[in-house]
Design a protein around this ligand. Structure first.
Ligand code: AGP
Length: 600
């Protein structure tokens, strides 16, 4: 959460910083600011709200060849101008932006900063005040920066400028993502390569507990003990156009539309020239050797994990447990003798999942990350990675990453089954191809789904989603999608569970969305629908071709029973999109949320 950007070069830095922050807005968007250093000193612009508001605030007559910027998702202190970054030390000499959480900020305040007057309620301000304090003894910025960083516990990506030095941006990182981009006569700092793709595609990875001294024509990476490190840059594999909306009004709509393309890309990437499934041999060995799989994920990725469990157990016969990452450390299950951990994460940066990864690596267990961002923290720190190939996902509501995650889990399950000698009764790539075609058909039915949204969800305060078997897992995802972007209180339930308590909430007109794609539960889920209709619910049945009945509101094309989540989730995504749009919500940047949840 939070995005940081920095520029030091020959040209005016304003546009690089503002453009970079616009690209990082998915990481948090409740307040923002930039600091520009020029011959007249430091120029600070901060606002509560979006980057567009910051743009209006920044004085276009101020020119500076270096600066730092920040877009915030509040953790300590409400969104406000005072709490917005950059933060300055009391003397005004040091200015800093930070992404992460300083866990020991109260201790530092108590031990080192008694008597210092703080302007904000943030954990971040103690870092800049501490540097200033240490400078009074050290009289050396780099030394003070080193010493301050050594005292910090928690997660941080930090960029600091000293207003007496227009040659250097000081950078440090631990647990929060940070890259340094290389240019000709300039260098940049960013939480994500997307922020600065317009100016460079050459990047240096920065690892935890490293300090970087960024100048116009050099970048020096050091460990905390001062050892200088050599590192080769890599070329960012994203195209600047991948992160533009193009003619779409919203990223979410674009990303929903891209789902069939992503599935076809996955089909191509995971087959060899003979059309056979191909996976890294080390991943194959890990899947063979383990006696139980533990899937760790959050939010939508957790929901994809539930579908993945079903696929892996049914096809490959390996037992699977799925755990919400934020709970795993306290509610750690009894582990099997040879566990394999699979981390599912679109961003590869989710702090809750990373905390589990760190823990299980300390215990010596193998880990596989399934992510859309190779090179992300979860990818780097796991033993193996499977790439989603979905292309950048910008909208906070995850859509194409969810379906890509399920498709890659299907590939992993089918591959493991084949290696174990299980004869699959279907051709996986053919079935995924059918799914991609069904997705095309469904995306063409937006108008019909918009009408359905108007009829069922126009004014409601709440909604329920029910399903059985795989449909239950999709119900959870459908309800998350609806609530996170439209703010309709929506909950997903196993069809049979509603009558154990929640049915008490059903009133006249309460929308209940029921999924019917699984033949073996067709009649039982329809029975549950009758139960809620008898109590006044407005039932919206989404069934699959072959199982449909006359009153069903929407019928999805027929796909293989194991892969129905890939198709049935599409109408739920579209309904959520229109519900949010009709209510005037900010579809791509819903309130209180951020795309990449990098705090625990
Ligand atoms: C989904 O729409 C959400 N934005 C959220 O639940 C997300 O899936 C979750 O935060 C996990 O993110 P990750 O996949 O990047 O780890």
């Amino acid at each position: 959460m939070c995005g940081i950007v920095g520029y030091i070069g020959q040209n005016d830095s304003k546009e690089v910083l503002l453009n970079g922050l616009e690209k990082l807005e998915y990481r948090g968007y409740d307040s923002a600011g930039i600091a520009l250093l020029n011959e007249n000193g430091l120029n600070l612009f901060k606002v509560k709200g979006r980057i567009a508001t910051l743009r209006d605030k920044v004085d276009e007559n101020v020119h500076a060849t270096m600066g730092i910027g920040h877009t915030r998702w509040a953790t300590h202190g409400e969104p406000s101008v005072d709490n917005a970054h950059p933060h300055q030390s009391a003397s005004g000499r040091f200015t800093l932006v930070h992404n992460g959480v300083i866990e020991n900020y109260q201790d530092i305040k108590h031990d080192y900063l008694q008597g210092v007057e703080f302007k904000s309620e943030t954990d971040t301000e103690i870092v800049v005040q501490l540097i200033d304090k240490l400078y009074q003894e050290e009289q050396n910025t780099l030394e003070s920066f080193h010493k301050a960083i050594e005292l910090l516990n928690g997660s941080y990506a930090i960029a600091l400028i000293d207003n007496q030095d227009n040659e250097t941006i000081y950078v440090a990182k631990n647990k929060s993502p940070l890259l340094v981009g290389l240019g000709n006569g300039f260098n940049v700092v960013a939480s994500d390569a997307m922020a600065t793709l317009k100016v460079t595609n050459q990047y240096l990875e920065i690892h935890d507990k490293e300090i970087v001294i960024v100048k116009r024509d050099s970048v020096l990476i050091q460990t905390l003990d001062g050892t200088v490190l050599e590192r080769e840059p890599y070329t960012a594999q994203i195209d600047a156009s991948d992160i533009e909306k193009g003619t779409y009004p919203h990223f979410m709509l674009k990303e929903m539309d891209e789902q069939p393309i992503a599935i076809r890309k996955i089909i191509n990437e995971y087959q060899d020239e003979n059309g056979e499934l191909t996976l890294d041999e080390d991943i194959r060995a890990a899947m063979q050797e383990c006696d139980r799989i533990y899937i760790i994920a959050a939010g939508t990725s957790y929901h994809a994990g539930l579908v993945g469990k079903n696929l892996i157990e049914k096809l490959a016969g390996v037992p699977v447990e799925v755990h919400v990452s934020s709970e795993f450390s306290y509610n750690t299950p009894l582990l099997s003798e040879k566990p394999l951990f699979i981390f599912i994460s679109q961003s590869g940066e989710t702090a809750d999942s990373r905390a589990v990864l760190v823990k299980i690596k300390e215990m010596g267990y193998p880990a596989l990350t399934i992510t859309n961002v190779p090179g992300s923290t979860l990818s780097r720190e796991a033993d193996y990675t499977l790439h989603l190939y979905a292309g950048p996902e910008i909208a906070v509501a995850s859509t194409k990453a969810y379906t890509a995650q399920i498709a890659v889990l299907a590939i992993l399950a089918a591959d493991t089954a084949q290696i174990k000698g299980v004869d699959l009764e279907f051709d996986l790539f053919q079935e995924l191809g059918i799914v991609a075609n069904a997705m095309d058909v469904l995306m063409d039915q937006k108008e019909e789904l918009e009408q359905i949204t108007r009829s069922y969800l126009a004014t409601t305060r709440n909604a329920f989603f029910i399903g059985r078997s795989l449909d239950y897992y999709v119900s959870l995802e459908g309800s998350l999608k609806l609530k996170e972007i439209s703010y309709i209180q929506a909950e997903g339930f196993a069809g049979g569970e509603l009558k154990h308590g929640t049915i008490a909430l059903i009133e006249k007109g309460t929308p209940v969305v029921a999924l019917v794609t699984q033949e073996q539960v067709n009649y039982s889920i329809r029975g549950n629908v009758q139960e809620v209709v008898a109590r006044g619910a407005n039932a919206l049945i989404i069934s699959m071709k072959g199982l449909e009945q006359d009153d069903d509101a929407f019928v999805i094309p027929r796909v293989h029973e194991l892969f129905t989540p890939l198709a049935s989730v599409i109408p739920l995504q579209i309904i959520a999109y229109f519900a949010a749009l009709h209510r005037g919500c900010d579809v791509d940047k819903p309130r209180n949320l951020a795309k990449s949840v990098t705090v625990e």
